[in-house]
Design a protein around this ligand. Sequence first.
Ligand SMILES: [Zn+2]
Length: 338
Amino acid sequence: MFYTFKLKSILIIIGILLCLCLCLNIFFLSNTTITASKKAEYIKWMEFNINAKVMNDALSCDIETNEADYPISWIDIIAYLAAKNGNSFKDYKSSDIRPFVDKIKEGCSVEELTGDLKYFDYYKETYSAVLSEFAGSYTITGSDGEQKQKYGLKAYSPIAEGFAFSHYDDFGASRSFGFKRKHLGNDLLGRIGTPIVAIEGGTVEAMGWNRYGGWRIGIRSFDKKRYYYYAHLRKDHPYQSTLKEGDTVKAGEVIGYLGMTGYSNKENVNNINIPHLHIGMQIIFDESQKDGNNEIWIDMYNIIEFLNSHRSTVIKNQNGEYEQKYNVESTGDGIVDY
Ligand SMILES: [Zn+2]
């Protein structure tokens, strides 16, 4: 009798322990699955081939409707077109955006209009990562101290107003210095000393010599999604003199000067044949994509074309250094939590 009771107790204890093990196992297993699926949720690849006409039309519509009852986001328009046309914009006509715009103006929601478009969410996320901080509200203070509130394009061409440059779409062209590789940017050919301005505000993450880029600056946007790489800056005086790593810059602020440094292990060497700015833009959906084999660099040719109409006005100060003429404060600049 006593032994049976003891045996029963032991069996019950073993049963409880087994149940506990099973529950813990399920808990940890499901946790691992959640962690793994969370890790896999970011976008691994994107291409950017939206031309300047599409961006101009979409942004004009966004600006026009900004204070209307049904404001239309330019990125929604672009994502809609991309989802409709398989991300091909070569046959684009301005009238292509009308069906979408008219329906929104009638009170249709974006979800209603795009619900059956399979890749709308993907294009919206990828094009937002590139363009969302390019437009919005900002305050501009004129040289007379007068402040104006504006809504529109906030990003600037990297080449200051009044300075000439030429470029063509050279993204993906073959380069051989160091090792055979693809050109991951756009070369803007101009005169040595041309003031280079920040396309967008952000934090200076990298400055100094790099054997490929020569004197270069890397600026990370405040939302951390974009990394701008400005390379081959001028010999002897590459940067705006007070600029240092860790500083924050505003869109349109002078950061350095066009040159022809690079392709050398030795610092401060002009080893590039033609003076030009190499501008590159890296898109980062997850920090693991920042450095290494998973980097995403996009073709900036169309973006440079698009920004060509928005140049930063610069003046020379008493130290012979160029600086932005007007103070432009962008809503959200520097206050994004990261
Ligand atoms: Zn280049």
